[in-house]
Design a protein around this ligand. Sequence first.
Ligand code: HEM
Length: 475
Amino acid sequence: ERLPMIEAVDRIPGPFSIPLLGTTWQLKWRIEELVVQLRGWAIYYTDRGYGLIRIWLGTRPLVIAFRPEYAKEILESNTLISKGPEYGILAPWLGTGLLTSTHEKWRRRRKMITPAFHFNVLKQFLPVFNKQCKRLIGILSEQELEKDLDVGPFIKRCALDIICETAMGCSVNAQIDTSHPYVLSTSRLTQIVFLHQRMPWMWIDLIWKITGYDREYKENLKILHHFTLNVIRNRRSEYRENSEELTKREKKAFLDLLLEMEKDEHFTDEDIREEVDTFMFEGHDTTAASLGWTLWCISHYPDVQQKITEEIDTVFGNNKNRDVTSDDLVQLRYLEKVVKESLRLYPSVPNLTRYAEEDIILKDTKIPAGVTLLISPLIIHRNPEFYPDPETFNPDNFNEESISSRPSYTFIPFSAGPRNCIGQKFAVLEEKTLLAWFFRHFTVSSHIPFLSNLVKPEVISAPLLGFPMRVTQRQ
Ligand code: HEM
């Protein structure tokens, strides 16, 4: 019964494919070249009037939507809410938490968890943001600043500390203890997940096992789950003993909010663990990548940096060490455009997928059940039809007039529709806070050509060269 599906898929245009290997043999091996190749196809097929192309990953059909109007139709759909099979590798780690669950379970959880991301809740996290960003500034100041510094790992550990404390209410102090087992396992797991997604032969159980990845994956998962479950159990027993006191507590982590929701719905430790692990997974690498790219962009655009520091100095005067407040963040409007523009050029999640569980019609194309639909923010965001000079970093792209001149779904770093990113406000607050600390203390510059730092579209958009730059203390 695969035959009608194969026929329907092959009615969609796409590069030459052969049985079994599909298009895989044509795909560029180096991941950063793959982006260039996909963009090439996007231009070739859109010039010929197509909005969709198909490729075969081995025997798995993938239909790529290059244009915003297709992205809109897919992402707004209330039925296309399941993720593609490449999320399968995340199942042992994240269970069926918010990112990976579907249907009724996802709907119920999404409704329950949404209030935990309300602005008033997020505001409570500012002290955590401030504490960790201040620590980052201290650590950066101690580095040898006479030569280029890769700021990536520093930012990543700061983001990890922030998400750990806001999600679980406890600290792993990754910024100080860089070899904490939880920190090492988290980063190794992300690498292994990507490796699995990228190499179709790893989908064969036997190969996955004999190469040793299966064992390594499980070992790291054990460390990670052990840690999260311990935190949850301790917290839960605190609640049992002293629930009133804790309900009144001002500084609450997401975990506390989940424990409070228990009154309405019984959660097992595992139910809570999958949500906490999901926040941990989704909530730090994404933000760290975005911040790294933002600094990369700024280090190449001194005029933008000038405007940022002027705005920051207007808000903070020369008070370098005062905590950032939510009022400050509202005033940092130019900085917000900078963050958005860097998410345009370098969306942390380069590709999104949905799985067609039944036959559907997209515009006038039949998509048979079994197809994975892929939307690439990375490619949509660099379409010259919507962004005249797409590879130039230009925060003015986010002036009101520019925004209103573009069709919808031309800027989707947080996805859109019912399954959009629940943490987007959290992410922007965190990023602005960190940048407000950073640019009160430092400036950045670079002698490496801007566009030579190609994007590696891994689970997140990783930089080919890291984020090396010259960091200078401000006088
Ligand atoms: C710059 C930072 C971030 C970016 C670019 C980003 C991007 C995204 C994107 C594109 C999706 C949709 C994924 C898909 O459809 O497969 C998503 C979902 C999600 N994000 Fe984020 N994210 C960021 C930060 C965060 C943070 C800080 C949190 C939590 C504190 C978070 C939690 C989630 C969750 C739970 C989902 C799943 C939502 C659902 O399916 O209902 N994200 N994010």
